[in-house]
Design a protein around this ligand. Structure first.
Ligand SMILES: Nc1ncnc2c1ncn2[C@@H]1O[C@@H](CSCCNC[C@@H]2Cc3ccc([N+](=O)[O-])cc3CN2)[C@@H](O)[C@H]1O
Length: 265
């Protein structure tokens, strides 16, 4: 069995609800302090989209998992947001939220926080409605395929977002770099890529699943982006405080990068 097949097999045990519990409930989802990891992630995205430079028809979110927090600032600047994930259980979790079905995860604390930091003074239910209206496609994806969606995205996306995916599905740094090239093929020349990911992580838990992660440092991320032809516009990192090292993974820190695909070539 190839290392990619072993990873794919490992994801058969991925439990979306356990994953949400581990990363998107307190203590990690604590909105009382800007020093906490979730507010830091939301602020990176809100500040980057606030300029209005990153906008267009389509943003594609690569490896959405069962989460929508990463789309809350993005959705203001695109006509359509396309979510993607490898697992049907995650795509179903996203559909439950989009349809407002009972049992869907409650993202309202995240929506309220993003409305607060974006400072438009709008009711959070308005942002929830707007995201639901723009999240019209939830597609299967495999970042290890040259065409991750199974066929080229036509027209290519104006922006690409991916949070905590590539390093958690790649057996080594070379595979991480190839996956970045693959997902970059869905982005138009001049398009923007926003990545949030784990630094120094080697595993994480999601219920019965214990998934391997390729440990990356800042230079690994910078090098992979450069090798994939991207220009780095902004790079930020966060160190995981002891109180948030809860045993659900061994993540040391989080990176945020805003990169851009060259106009020509
Ligand atoms: N071949 C594939 N192509 C695309 N997606 C694939 C593929 N295989 C699996 N997937 C899909 O990708 C996965 C994305 S979730 C990956 C989790 N990454 C690690 C976890 C995340 C996390 C979150 C938050 C914080 N924090 O401090 O706030 C820390 C951490 C660190 N631990 C999952 O949805 C799977 O379904």
């Amino acid at each position: 069995m190839s290392s990619l097949d072993a990873i794919r097999e490992g994801y058969a045990r991925f439990d979306p609800r356990a994953y949400l519990q581990n990363n998107y409930m307190p203590p990690r989802a604590d909105f009382s302090s800007e020093q906490c990891v979730v507010p830091w992630k939301l602020r990176c995205l809100a500040e980057t989209f606030a300029s209005g430079e990153i906008c267009g028809r389509t943003l594609i979110d690569v490896g959405s998992g069962p989460t929508i927090y990463q789309l809350l600032s993005a959705c203001e600047h695109f006509e359509e947001v396309v979510a993607t994930d490898f697992l049907e259980v995650n795509r179903e979790e996203l559909q439950r939220w989009v349809r407002g079905e009972p049992g869907a995860f409650d993202w309202s604390p995240f929506i309220q926080h993003v409305c607060k930091i974006e400072g438009r003074g709008e009711p959070w239910q308005e942002k929830e409605r707007r995201l639901r209206g723009r999240l019209r496609r939830i597609l299967p994806i495999d970042v290890h395929c040259a065409d991750p969606l199974g066929a080229p995205l036509r027209p290519p996306a104006d922006a690409l977002l991916s949070t905590f995916c590539l390093e958690a599905v790649s057996p080594d740094r070379a595979a991480f770099g190839r996956a970045l090239v693959n997902v970059g093929s869905m982005l138009r020349p001049g398009g923007h890529a926003l990545l949030l990911g784990a630094l120094g992580e080697s595993f994480y838990l999601a219920g019965a699943a214990r998934l391997p992660v390729v440990p990356l440092d800042e230079d690994d991320v910078r090098g992979a982006l450069s090798d994939a032809g991207f220009t780095i516009r902004d790079f930020r990192s966060y160190t995981m405080p002891p109180a948030l090292r809860t045993g659900v993974d061994d993540v040391q820190g989080v990176f945020f990068v805003h990169a851009q695909k060259p106009l020509e070539g």
